[in-house]
Design a protein around this ligand. Structure first.
Ligand code: NAP
Length: 407
């Protein structure tokens, strides 16, 4: 149950129980993080006030991670940060630097793995007026569910010439008779049945809950049969076992239903990743929810974001079974740090996803309709202004203020 102190809990039937004044841990982020966080916080608070007056509010709790944590506490991802997010269950974050250097693994990847945030959810929807390279960007309305904990992102790789790379090269030669060049770096790509099933389950459940008509499993199984190919196979198996009365496969659609989707069914299909990159450009309207392994999902999410106006506007969430972290999908853009210049849209829209997740859909709607209106009036930050005719270029904070005025 939700506790008096603002901690989000779960009801007996497993649903999120959100108090009227939930405590939400936030990580401000590095580089442009403080700029976009300040703007997003203002807009989120205004959206909640617009929707509920004073009867609901968000109580923020700062959690240190990234450069700020390193400078204060000597750790890029202190255990207290993870503990606070585990306790309060829903958090929001700005981008974090990954220092380039030997052996340093991304703070973001470590955060996702430590909290087992296995689904990276990236909705990609076009906002009218945003400059786009597509001729019909309004046809793009997809949600990517990218597996977030496995695949090459597990960081299991060894430098060329290292003892471990040498051992693996020898093992493959002895057991498989395959020669790998001795000066090769070696990486492992684990994809499990467990990891695949829970990701595909989340994607299908999302599609059913949101009235979407199709889920596509995207994979490179023609080449990597026991990892990407298995992702496809396990995805279909899970769908048959748990959703057989709600889904229909593409095969069945044409064999039994003459290509027409029955009202009460969801179409489950699969596409090979390279073909899918063509499909999102040529036939975006045919795709709604995509379930993908980690690396291909990473590429696809950014390609889709570019189609609707770039990373400055793309929201995202990392969701597990009991914890969710909402985040800007772009990086720290260090050259713009502290200039109050960049587009806060990605973090603001991630905040709207967070409000939806809390069940505060009226506030999410207030926020989304105001961003549509603000961009409709051509009041935009530099990134959009440089591509828009007749735009008024505003600062990061001024964009947030304009949004609040139009709420
Ligand atoms: P980046 O920070 O995303 O910036 C690349 C470019 O994207 C910027 O120079 C800018 O383009 C544009 N951009 C990014 N955010 C924007 C915004 N809010 N508004 C407008 N334009 C925006 O990518 P990066 O330079 O490759 O990465 C920098 C650092 O961020 C690295 O340490 C990386 O590891 C980290 N990173 C963190 C996350 C995360 O925390 N989730 C994700 C990705 C990268 P213009 O120069 O054209 O204006």
């Amino acid at each position: 149950m939700a506790e008096q102190n603002g901690t989000i809990g779960y009801s007996e039937n497993g649903e999120l129980a959100v108090p009227d004044r939930p405590t939400i841990p936030f990580i401000e982020g590095d580089g442009i993080g403080p700029d976009i966080w300040k703007a997003a916080k203002m807009v989120l608070e205004a959206a909640v006030k617009t929707a509920y007056g004073d009867s609901r509010t968000l109580q923020w709790k700062e959690v240190l991670a990234g450069e700020k944590a390193f400078n204060k506490a000597g750790s890029w991802l202190p255990e207290e940060a993870l503990e606070a997010i585990r306790t309060y269950r829903v958090a929001i974050k700005g981008p974090l630097t990954t220092p380039v250097g030997k052996g340093f693994r991304s703070v973001n990847v470590r955060l996702r793995q430590a909290l087992d945030l296995y689904a990276c959810v990236r909705p990609v929807t076009y906002i009218h007026g945003v400059p786009s390279p597509m001729s019909r960007p309004d046809e793009v309305d997809m949600v990517v569910f990218r597996e977030n904990t496995e695949d090459v992102y597990m960081g299991l790789e060894w430098e060329a010439g290292s003892p471990m790379a040498g051992k693996l090269i020898d093992l493959v030669r002895q057991e498989e008779g395959t020669r790998i060049r001795s000066d090769s770096g070696i990486g492992l790509k684990p994809i499990s049945k467990t990891g695949t099933r829970r990701l595909v389950r989340k994607a299908i459940q999302y599609a059913l809950d949101h009235g979407r008509k199709g889920v596509t499993i995207v994979h490179k199984g023609n080449i990597m049969k026991y990892t990407e190919g298995a992702f496809r196979k396990w995805g279909y198996e899970l769908a048959q076992e748990e959703f057989s009365d709600r889904i229909i496969t593409e095969d069945e659609l044409f064999k039994k239903h003459d290509g027409r989707l029955p009202e009460d069914r969801l179409l489950l299909k699969d596409r090979i990743a390279d073909a899918m990159f063509q499909q999102i450009l040529l036939r975006p309207a045919d795709y709604e929810v995509l379930a993908m392994p980690n690396l291909n999902g990473d590429y696809m999410s950014d390609a889709l974001a570019a189609m609707v106006g770039g990373l400055g506007m793309a929201p995202g969430a990392n969701i597990g079974d009991s914890v969710a972290v909402f985040e800007a999908t772009h990086g720290t853009a260090p050259k713009y740090a502290g200039l109050d210049k960049v587009n806060p849209g990605s973090l603001i829209l991630s905040g709207a996803m967070m409000l939806d997740y809390l069940g505060w859909s009226e506030a999410a709607e207030a926020l989304r309709s105001s961003i549509v209106r603000t961009i409709g009036e051509k009041t935009v930050t530099y990134d959009l202004a440089r591509q828009m005719e007749g735009a008024t270029e505003v600062k990061c904070s001024e964009f947030a203020e304009a949004m609040i005025r139009l709420m």
